[in-house]
Design a protein around this ligand. Structure first.
Ligand SMILES: NC(=O)c1ccc[n+]([C@@H]2O[C@H](COP(=O)([O-])OP(=O)(O)OC[C@H]3O[C@@H](n4cnc5c(N)ncnc54)[C@H](OP(=O)(O)O)[C@@H]3O)[C@@H](O)[C@H]2O)c1
Length: 273
């Protein structure tokens, strides 16, 4: 059986859609008939509820959004998967994950390290930023950030789901990290231009210095120290570290990742009017 955690999220929902017809179980926190596959309720906050769903030979897609208990909960589920005899874990991490790094990169780094020595065959997906999050950077028709003018790579979460589906339905492969990117890296000025073209109205990218971006994020309800860390991280990615593209999506799925234009064509309504 393929057990999919985070099944109601942007990656998980696309993944279970691709796994219809396979022996799949979606792990959810509330009723989810709309997923169209069998589901069971469980919560990472109680790792045993997820562990209790796992059987020898299962394939596990390990993913959830982040919260303060994320590292302990995910490590506990990995241990329970090892004990249950799970055949493979495909986990969602982030590009540049490293123990001790800022925000999600540090959390993912800690979980990735645990998974690599768990004894369970693993693949760690390390995607760049999600196109699906671009609408959140919008306010009053402008896009705000602290990235400067360096190109940054974004990936459509449907491509992450496609990679996961390919891995989980093929024979278990070698343990490996896969850095997943979209097909192109663009400056935020170019991204705003493309969004404007798709929406049929001008969209401007407003680049703010880190302290002003921090204040902007705080006004949006993101508390300190996260707002400051997030703004600093945006400025750091402006050094080009998230500019490189990889061939991982094409290597695993046999087709190139979706460009920003394809994401925008399908997600116009996600942007505030
Ligand atoms: N955003 C980015 O640009 C970016 C870039 C690289 C990597 N990532 C990583 O991508 C991952 C999230 O991707 P996503 O598409 O799945 O996000 P998402 O769309 O926010 O979905 C999060 C999923 O996690 C589930 N979840 C959260 N807390 C849970 C808990 N305690 N127990 C069980 N399920 C729980 C949610 O369930 P409910 O529906 O019940 O809330 C939902 O299904 C994170 O690890 C993030 O660090 C993000």
């Amino acid at each position: 059986m393929i057990v999919v955690t985070g099944a109601t999220g942007s990656i998980g929902r696309a993944l279970v859609g691709r796994l219809r017809g396979h022996d799949v179980l979606a792990v959810v926190r509330r009723d989810a008939e709309d997923l169209g596959v069998p589901y069971a309720k469980a919560d990472f906050d109680r790792p045993d509820t997820i562990g209790g769903l796992l059987n020898p030979g299962d394939r596990l897609f390990l993913n959830s959004s982040l919260w303060p208990g994320y590292v302990d909960a995910h490590r506990a589920v990995i241990d329970l998967a090892a004990r249950a005899g799970v055949a493979q874990i495909v986990a969602v991490s982030v590009r540049d994950a490293e123990p001790g790094a800022k925000l999600g990169m540090g959390m993912h780094g800690a979980v990735d390290a645990h998974l690599r020595k768990s004894g369970v065959p693993w693949t760690i997906l390390q995607p760049s930023g999600f196109m699906q999050n671009l609408p959140r950077d919008f306010e009053h028709g402008s896009m705000y950030g602290a990235y400067g003018s360096t190109p940054v790579n974004y990936i459509d979460t449907r491509d992450i789901a496609d990679v996961a589906a390919a891995l989980l339905t093929a024979p278990v492969g070698p343990d490996r990290d896969l850095v997943l990117t979209g097909p192109e890296s663009l400056s935020h000025d170019r991204i705003a231009e493309e969004i404007g073209r798709a929406l049929g109205r001008p969209v401007r990218y407003v680049n703010l210095p880190v302290p002003e971006m921090t204040a902007h994020l705080e006004r949006q309800g993101i508390p300190q120290p996260h707002a400051g860390d997030l703004a600093a991280l945006m400025a750091e990615t402006g050094d080009g570290r998230w500019a490189a593209t990889t061939t991982a999506v094409r290597d695993v799925t046999g087709r190139p990742p979706r460009p920003l234009s394809a994401f925008l064509a399908d997600h116009r309504d996600a942007f505030p009017a």
